[in-house]
Design a protein around this ligand. Sequence first.
Ligand code: GRG
Length: 314
Amino acid sequence: MGELEGKKHVQYIVSVEKKKDSFEALVIEHLRLNGAYWGLTTLDLLNEIEAVKPDEIVQWIMQCQDIGSGGFGGNVGHDPHLLYTLSAVQVLALLNRLDVLDIDKVSDYVAGLQNEDGSFSGDMWGEVDTRFSYIAICCLSLLGQLSKINVESTVNYIVSCKNLDGGFGSIPGGESHAGQIFCCVGTLAITGSLHHVDRDLLGWWLCERQCKDGGLNGRPEKLADVCYSWWVLSSLVMIDRVHWIDKEKLTRFILNCQDKENGGISDRPDNAVDVYHTYFGVAGLSLLEYPGIKSIDPAYALPVDVVNRIFFSK
Ligand code: GRG
């Protein structure tokens, strides 16, 4: 299995950032702000955020803002969406540059997407998904603006998406999926509402996600994928059941997905690496307390020192 190739992963992230016309850069062109969040959080977790120039990044992020609505698009000139608005807030938080934001404008955009039943739409076109509930709660909490929305109905909507197996789906009646479970448990954690979770039932469903190869899948009968090391593990940490999985086997699975020569982590051993799986692999290792990696907050998906700076240094 070997060790974590931290230095190589840093070089890989920086090289993707620089090669703007590479295949990978073009594939994620429309969601570059998400990519910036995955890449920069990885660098910070590996204690190498200095490898990038913060001023250039901040300037580019602010160009991604839609002046009319206050929301952010995935790249300059793209339509605003909650998905990219959270990434913008998270990256600015990471760089300690939240001061550049017009907090009222951004939080009004987010709050304006809440629906009557407490759910959130992702943008003006109206798709509803528990991902957007999480994003809204996470964003507004980081900006200190939760009072702009109806938190009680947000929580009630999440509870209406709970299934008999203890998990959560994207809408009421939607199949339980580890990604949606992260979003719902994260929303409940941030709003202090975890009493709505049956911890043993959900913990059992989540720990059953561990496959024979040690990796985690996102729902029954599916293959393991490094990204679930984040979606499943963070949920288990939030409900205090992380000791129900075999941590050593999972660590080995993630380390086996590294490209040891050129850096980066893939979804499964021997597949092509990308920034998304590199981030969730390193974030998963952080939750597994792998040495040399900063601790990550399971609800805010940001390094713990960044979250502490926001909430405890005012
Ligand atoms: C700040 C970490 C963070 C997240 C922001 C966007 C978001 C909020 C959460 C996304 C949660 C989610 C739904 C993750 C799952 C992503 C994924 C790998 C989907 C693949 O689904 P399928 O059905 O894959 O293609 P499986 O593994 O089920 O075959």
